[in-house]
Ligand binder design. Structure first.
Ligand code: ATP
Ligand code: MG
Length: 561
């Protein structure tokens, strides 16, 4: 979809209204703020496309901001993975920022708040604090430490910073309103003590700021105009504004928080915590397992940045949460791969065919078009010989008129090759067909210009020459979960819906041109789907992933001709 064709989403309307109300275009600035506690997933892609899309639309900077305030769960491995994924999706950030870079400034501002009588050190246990919170309909009660003197608060807060206390002994709280109808406004915690090294500040700090205290202030420091987050932060907006009220300089831009709905994808989970559980329990091989809904998993599986961006664009931005069917994502990857993927032939469930009237030991190199959707893709040569593989399911001894594949006495065209006729077949003791004996029509070679080469038969099959075939491990995937909303059940854990058959490894036989394929290269295995070379491949062991199956377009062609 081009930018002009699409109508504005409601976030863009907010920005447009602000531009009419006096914001200059040069005031606009956005950010994407991941917490580096896991890999990015397809839900994040929506947020990335929204923020970076706004940057492109208004030609304004977009920061990549790591919201790294929790040393217990965050790691630089995640920082690196996030940067790689955002770049791979095709976006460039203006500044690479870290909330941890602002720890000093945040600390100074906290001192300011204490001096203004708007923050205090509470020395109760977390249970005691929780017990005083009240309920949505009953006000909370005040901490006995709420009216400590400013001097005492300053002293204690400094001692907290200097490491003089253990975890949980004290917290710093904002003094807002214990009777507020918004529970988040009931003296929220700003700092807690954690004696844990941080991936960037190491042991410089043992007090760490909470999300609400950090996020809006980081937006303010970076002069972000529109801080876009998901709907669960709507009730936090009041606190976001309260903190800014205490310190905004009226000459500077004041950021505003606006919310949009989280995106959920069917048959999977999009929560880093749950994805981590899949990794740690060994259900998948890692964050980039091709069955994972992570950006790295989708990349390894063969999805393209374009297909993910088009998907995010199509589903757009919503005000209410819903579940998007995974088939829509698959539609977009098919659509893109159809344009760019070279066509090749591979057989996954081989049945041997012997062309009895073809000379033994002879080989012939046939011309094969690389991509009918893209003339510039050119052509390649594929070998033909007396011994071929076709798919088991493409042959039946007997079949009705609707079976356009190979049957005894019937003819089919071999893609890019000759018309063959099945004459007889051989079976093992159990009655399984082990070989089909065929004859070929030497004048029917595709593209040879003879009348016979234009002869139409109903079916066209893909095939591979046995002596030339390259063996590869092929990984076929099914949905990771058997249920459309695995984490949407009150009485059942999402892990109960893991599909035990989501990975099927088989040996495939590929045309020899694929020997040269490199990790990440994508192809259409004709009639079978889109596949790419997996990173587990070594020089002696090729591994392919099936990215997505093909709509059976050949089936339709067969019926038409
Ligand atoms: P998770 O629950 O997976 O940990 P999160 O919201 O905690 O997600 P963050 O790293 O904090 O993850 O998210 C970075 C940004 O991406 C935030 O602005 C967040 O609102 C947004 N985001 C996260 N998940 C989704 C989603 N499913 N759909 C749209 N945006 C999302
Ligand atoms: Mg989060």
């Amino acid at each position: 979809m081009s930018e002009e064709e699409r109508s504005l989403n409601f976030i863009e309307h907010i920005v447009e209204d602000d531009l009419k109300d006096g914001y200059g275009k040069e005031d606009l600035r956005f950010r994407f703020p991941p917490e580096p506690n896991g890999y990015l997933h397809i839900g994040h892609a929506s947020s990335i496309c929204l923020n970076f899309g706004l940057g492109l639309r208004y030609d304004s900077p977009v920061n990549l901001r790591f919201d790294d305030t929790n040393p217990a769960k965050e790691e630089s491995e995640y920082v690196e993975a996030i940067k790689k994924d955002v770049s791979w999706l095709g976006y460039e950030w203006d500044k690479e920022c870290y909330a941890s870079d602002y720890f000093g400034q945040l600390y100074d501002w906290a001192i300011e708040l204490i001096k203004q009588g708007k923050a205090y050190v509470d020395s109760q246990t977390s249970e005691e604090i929780a017990n005083q919170k009240g309920t949505p309909t009953e006000p909370g009660s005040e901490s006995p430490f709420r009216n400590r003197s400013i001097e005492e608060n300053l002293e204690l807060f400094q001692a907290m910073k200097e490491g003089k206390f253990g975890e949980g002994e004290h917290v710093l709280r904002a003094k807002v309103d214990m009777a507020s109808s918004n529970m988040l406004m009931r003296d929220p915690i700003m700092y807690r003590i954690l004696h844990k090294p941080h991936h960037r500040t190491n042991t410089d700090w043992c007090i760490y700021p909470m999300y609400d205290w950090t996020h809006g202030e980081s937006d303010y420091i970076e002069q972000v105009s529109h801080s876009l987050c998901t709907l669960e932060f709507l009730p936090h907006r009041e606190l976001y504004d309260w903190f800014l009220d205490q310190l905004v300089d009226s000459k500077k831009l004041r950021p505003k928080q606006r919310e949009f709905a989280r995106r959920n994808l069917s048959h999977t989970v999009v929560s880093k915590r749950k994805l981590l559980q899949l990794v740690e329990s060994g259900v998948v091989s890692g964050w980039d397992d091709p069955r994972m809904p992570t950006i790295s998993g989708l990349r390894r599986r063969g999805f393209t940045p374009e297909s993910i961006r088009n998907f995010a664009d199509t589903i757009g931005i919503a005000k209410r949460e819903n579940v998007v069917d995974v088939s829509l994502l698959e539609f977009h990857v098919r659509e893109h791969l159809n344009k760019i993927a070279p066509r090749v032939m591979a057989v996954l469930n081989p049945l041997k065919v012997v062309i009895t009237n073809y000379e033994e030991g002879k080989e012939e190199w046939l011309e094969a078009e690389n991509n009918p959707e893209d003339e510039s893709a050119g052509s390649r040569k594929i070998p033909f010989s007396r011994d071929l593989f076709i798919e088991q399911e493409d042959f039946r001894e007997q079949a009705n008129r609707k079976f356009f594949r190979l049957k005894l006495g019937g003819e089919v065209r071999l893609k890019n090759g000759y018309i063959i006729k099945a004459e007889s077949c051989t079976k093992d003791v159990e009655g399984n067909i082990t070989e089909v004996q065929c004859t070929y029509d030497p004048k029917s070679k595709s593209g040879s210009g003879t009348e016979e080469s234009l002869r139409k038969v109903k079916g066209t099959l893909h095939w591979v020459s046995v002596p030339h075939a390259v063996e590869a491990e092929v990984r076929l995937y099914d949905r990771l979960f058997n249920d459309p909303t695995p984490d949407g059940h009150k009485d059942k854990d999402f892990m109960e819906f893991v599909n035990p058959d989501s990975l099927n490894r088989i040996t495939g036989y590929l045309e020899p041109s694929l020997k040269e394929a490199k990790v990440g290269d994508g192809f259409q295995f004709q009639r079978l789907g889109y596949f790419n070379v997996d990173s587990d491949s070594t020089e002696n062991h090729l591994v392919f992933n099936r990215t997505v199956t093909l709509r059976d377009t050949w089936a339709k062609l067969e019926q038409k001709s």
